[in-house]
Design a protein around this ligand. Structure first.
Ligand code: SF4
Ligand code: SF4
Length: 163
């Protein structure tokens, strides 16, 4: 089995939980359980550079502590679409949001279904089939520029023959 076949087998296992023998394995989550969001208005993936809570010149988030670095490509679950400020806003009397609690992730180039390990081609360029999340008990259809909390970088499985 080459590395491509191995990856396809792994994806099939992720996609068909009912076929797995081990009933202790949790079922795949529904789209509503993984904070899936469609792209931002205008069609781009959501990230700090199109969030109103971002300071574009100081690269800080208005909800997080001053020690927390964010980049234009970062994103978290508190994203609010809109034009960032030049500098982040300092709200009086709020406790900074914990970046882990917010699900802050920083990946060069940003995170979206189109660069997630679990996307599979859909009906057209605005459609993909997710192999890790379901909707009404079938694999979910997602927008390639949408994203969810199960985002996973594309994995490269080493070719066993190469070792
Ligand atoms: S970290 Fe989250 S809330 Fe803060 S600017 Fe980025 S997307 Fe917006
Ligand atoms: S392709 Fe990845 S990011 Fe998109 S919904 Fe599926 S798991 Fe989430």
């Amino acid at each position: 089995m080459n590395s491509g076949d191995l990856l396809n087998e792994l994806k099939k296992l992720m996609a068909e939980p009912e076929g797995q023998d081990d009933k202790r394995l949790a079922p795949q989550p529904d789209l509503s359980e993984v904070l899936y969001v469609d792209p931002a208005p205008g069609g781009e993936p959501r990230n700090c550079k199109n969030c109103v809570l971002w300071g574009s010149s100081d690269s800080k988030c208005s909800l997080m502590s001053i020690e927390t670095d964010t980049t234009a490509d970062s994103v978290c679950g508190y994203h609010v679409f809109g034009q960032p400020s030049k500098r982040h806003i300092q709200f009086d009397g709020i406790s900074p949001v914990n970046p882990k609690f917010a699900g802050l992730i920083a990946v060069k180039g940003g995170t979206a279904c189109q660069n997630c390990n679990w996307i599979s081609p859909g009906d057209d360029e605005e459609d993909g089939v997710c192999l890790a999340v379901t909707k009404r008990k079938k694999q979910a259809h997602v927008h390639p520029k949408g994203c969810c909390t199960r985002w996973t970088p594309k994995q490269s499985i080493p070719d066993p023959k190469a070792t």
